[in-house]
Design a protein around this ligand. Structure first.
Ligand code: F6P
Length: 357
């Protein structure tokens, strides 16, 4: 008999259901009787004892379904040790729910913040496994996170669509791509979508270099230019600001996001007509792509194997095409960023893509 808890936490993405299905299907082949408790809305469900007893049947037919059947919410790691408005100790409450249900293991699907809390629960003595989810692909210790490829397809499709209208109107277009503070998604989508300029947080941009790249295309007789701009892109000047100064600058800025600032400056300095497109949360929506379905089936099966082995305290990662158990103690709190000197960036530059540096 195995009693497993499962929850999805943080921003959603396309392949959460596919991953949960992988875990449950993987466990179902072991011949053991299975009790599954699904916690609603991430850690909230664990804190407040909001859960449901589920059977393997509940995880059937959800491979292609986007979102999460359990719901999710953001519960910042920093707030975990802070009592709630009624004075409830959240960590103790989570431990209480876990022990009350006599769980063998809690499977937690989520990104960086979620992983930090997963590690905290491990330190508190719970049997934890973490599956790396995020469209940002910024979790240290795994080559890829699920959600990334699905979001990449949507961001790329957006740039593809922008191409035709940009060409018809001879306009400069900025497509703002998600990715939080890292540039994996805009970098890959920009290259896949044939963007002329890619701005990512890891390579602070000089607006004069960006303008130069737009003008160069105009001189070459190219009527339009497409920029893939990370939501976290930052100028050379702003990169020098302290955290506090940067926050203040963002709060007082007249622009809703960095893309509009870049757009304004390009328009003023080149005289071109500039438009901004923000696909936003669309990038996290819809059904998972084939790559993510395969990835989640593998990660889910590998998590089930770890549960059968009673080997806990890991993120189930994908490293060099192999599923691997990475200690949560090593991974938690570390961010995987784009190396500005990596081969992909160098090769993108070689084909003429400008990074604003
Ligand atoms: O981490 C995933 C992500 O989509 C980021 O790319 C983005 O910055 C953030 O979540 C948006 O968060 P929210 O859904 O809370 O607006």
């Amino acid at each position: 008999m195995k009693r497993i808890g499962i929850l999805t936490s943080g921003g959603d993405c396309q392949a959460l259901n596919a991953a949960m299905r992988g875990v449950v299907k993987g466990l179902s082949t072991s011949g053991d009787t299975l009790e599954i408790y699904g916690f609603y809305d991430g850690y909230k469900g664990l804190i407040y004892g909001n859960y449901r007893y589920l059977t393997a049947q509940d995880f059937s037919g959800i491979l292609t379904k986007g979102g999460t059947i359990l719901g999710t919410s953001r519960q910042p790691f920093k707030q975990m040790r802070v009592p709630d408005e009624n004075g409830l100790d959240k960590v103790e409450a989570m431990k209480h729910t876990y022990h009350k249900l006599n769980l063998d293991c809690l499977v937690i699907l989520g990104g960086n913040g979620t992983q930090k809390t997963a590690n905290l629960l491990r330190e508190e003595g719970l049997n934890i496994l973490h599956l790396p989810k995020t469209i940002d692909n910024d979790i240290w210790g795994t080559d890829i996170t699920f959600g990334f490829q699905s979001a990449l397809n949507i961001a790329t499709h957006t740039i593809d669509c922008i191409h035709t209208t940009a060409a018809s109107h001879n306009r400069v277009f900025i497509v703002e791509v998600m990715g939080h503070k890292v540039g994996w998604l805009p970098l890959h989508a920009g290259i896949a979508g044939g963007a002329d300029i890619i701005l990512i947080p890891e390579i602070p941009y000089d607006i004069e270099k960006v303008v130069e790249a737009v003008n160069r295309r105009t001189r070459q007789g190219k009527g339009f230019t497409i920029l893939a701009v990370a939501e976290g892109a930052i100028s050379v000047e702003n990169a020098k600001l302290s955290k506090k100064e940067f926050k203040e600058m963002v709060n007082t800025s007249k622009y809703p996001s960095v893309s509009y600032d870049v757009a304004d400056q390009i328009a003023q300095k080149t005289g071109c007509e500039v438009r901004v497109t923000v696909p936003g949360h669309m990038q996290r929506g819809g059904s998972p792509c084939a790559f993510d379905r395969v990835l989640c089936t593998q990660l889910g099966a590998a998590a089930a194997q770890a549960i059968e082995d009673k080997d806990y305290g890991y993120m189930i990662a994908m490293v060099n095409g192999q599923t691997t158990r990475v200690p949560l103690s090593e991974a938690a709190g570390r961010l995987k960023t784009v190396d500005p000197d990596c081969q992909l960036v160098q090769e993108a530059k070689k084909v003429g893509i400008c990074f604003g540096d």
